[in-house]
Design a protein around this ligand. Structure first.
Ligand code: AMP
Length: 465
């Protein structure tokens, strides 16, 4: 699936997607949209940031357009349950954006923490789509402001987080009020047993789709981490681009704005680079990608989403200018340089605020990544060790980092549950109140103004970074 036009979505939706500058469906979209358009129930194992909102919103909007019905009073045709107010707001914004050429399309939001009366009024005449958190939804039902017997499609988003937040009983109560004849689309980042049982009770002959990347990609790539100060990142990148044997390099930033800043910083250092991200026009994007593919452009700066459409072999280096807050994104990113069996190098910058992200990544890939410390103000560590070089990581031993390994992915979940959706680049991902230690790691090389040539890569000892 290479284009949104291949799905057979109605024109008002493809037009909106073109306006959103969506070109290539993400993997969860490519898998989910055709199944959901056939009316199948779907279990999607995917995190926020993978494009899963459009994966369910597009087939639903298509259904609403092709089967036009006036919603009954106080009823909704589509119910989306989401665990947080923030995520609910983002989902309703997405429905409005992708459905902007569908009329009429009433999208209502029912979340706690705001007065209920406006929500009661907005539901009075009935709506096509209601996005709700479970508690407020039940309040509205109890006040007889909402009836659930007309729901044609139910979406349960972030089911595992619902479980973590104690919503499981509310969800069961809501589901019991829905018609048995309905389509259910169920999304969760992980599938613990209790979630599997919930899905079994709610879905009929569901298709399963998953976009969790295989951690094994990581084993083919030579990985290094440089602990650095945030402010030193631009100079460090310029230095490495000059000293490393870089043929073709992809540099990842967390935000679009960050990507443009890196381009400007490299320009100042006399290095040519271009950025691609959602704000660039299609023409601009194609021109830059062609130059990158032909070898005329050596350095491309991209955000995670923008990089999804890039299919270029021969990338010798991936730089993580910012570490991703979703550990799976790290595996996706570095996988860019190990295409078709080729090996590559992945160098990640880790500033003081990114220590927790690094720990989540290492837990997922079950390796510690050799690192060097270029942060200022460090003390030497007592016993420096040489890195093992390629694949120099070693498996984690049990719980040496605290927090427990679990399925190797749990750590980020706690982080996300405060961030309102866990989108890439949201500042709220930082400074998780759970008290993760952000103390810088101290090593023998700390503070040395050396280039990579005389920097020693060391295994870390499990101390907080
Ligand atoms: P989500 O996982 O649904 O929260 O989506 C993450 C981000 O990716 C959102 O900002 C979307 O607007 C964006 N997005 C989703 N699908 C695509 C796509 N196919 N192409 C470009 N951006 C997308």
């Amino acid at each position: 699936m290479t284009s949104f036009n291949d799905f057979g979505l109605v024109e008002p939706i493809t037009r909106a997607l073109a306006e959103e500058k969506y070109v290539t469906p993400t993997p969860i979209q490519a898998q989910t949209v055709p199944l959901a358009m056939q009316g199948r129930d779907v279990i999607g194992i995917a995190q926020t940031g993978t494009g899963k909102t459009a994966a369910f919103a597009l087939p639903i909007l298509n259904h609403l357009y092709t089967k036009r019905l006036r919603p009954a009073q106080k009823a909704c045709r589509v119910l989306v349950l989401s665990p947080t107010r923030e995520l609910s707001g983002q989902i309703s914004d997405s429905f409005r954006a992708y459905g902007r050429h569908l009329r009429p399309l009433d999208v209502a939001l029912a979340i706690g923490g705001v007065p209920i009366n406006r929500q009661v009024r907005s539901l009075a005449r009935g709506v096509e789509v209601l996005v709700a958190t479970p508690g407020r939804l039940l309040d509205l039902v109890n006040q007889r402001a909402l009836r659930l017997d007309q729901v044609e499609v139910l979406v349960l988003d972030e089911a595992d987080r619902m479980l973590d937040m104690g919503f499981i009983h509310d969800i069961k109560r809501v589901v019991a009020m829905l018609p048995k004849e309905r389509q259910t689309l169920f999304f969760s980042a992980t599938m613990p047993q209790e979630i599997t049982r919930l899905a079994d009770a709610m879905l009929r002959n569901p298709a399963r789709v998953a976009v969790t990347p295989q951690a094994s990609t990581a084993e083919r790539v030579e990985q290094r981490v440089i602990l650095t100060d945030k402010a030193a990142k631009p100079a460090l990148l310029a230095e490495l681009l000059k000293s490393e044997p870089v043929e073709r390099v992809l540099v990842f930033t967390r935000t679009k704005h960050g990507a443009d800043k890196v381009v400007r910083a490299l320009e100042k250092a006399g290095l040519l680079a271009e950025a691609i991200h959602g704000n660039k026009s299609q023409n601009q994007r194609e021109r830059v990608l062609a130059a990158f593919r032909d070898g005329k452009l050596r350095t491309l700066i991209a955000t995670d989403i923008a990089a999804r459409g890039i299919d270029v072999d021969g990338i010798s280096h991936v730089f993580n200018y910012d570490l991703p807050n979703i550990p799976e994104s790290y595996v996706h990113r570095i996988g860019r340089t190990a295409r078709a069996g080729a090996d590559g190098v992945a160098i990640s910058f880790c500033d003081h605020e990114e220590g927790a992200f690094l720990r989540d990544i290492e837990r997922l890939i079950r390796m510690s990544i050799p690192s060097t410390n270029r942060r200022t103000g460090g003390r030497p560590s007592p016993v420096p060790q040489e890195a093992e070089g390629r694949n120099g990581g070693r498996p984690h031993r049990g719980n040496q980092r605290g927090n427990g390994g679990g399925n190797g992915r749990g750590g980020n979940k706690g982080n996300r549950s405060h961030g309102g959706g866990g989108h890439q680049g949201r500042p709220s991902q930082h400074g998780h109140p759970g008290g993760r230690s952000q103390a810088p790691r101290q090593e023998a090389t700390s503070g040395e103004p050396s280039g990579l040539g005389n920097v020693r890569f060391m295994q870390h000892t499990g101390a907080p970074r």
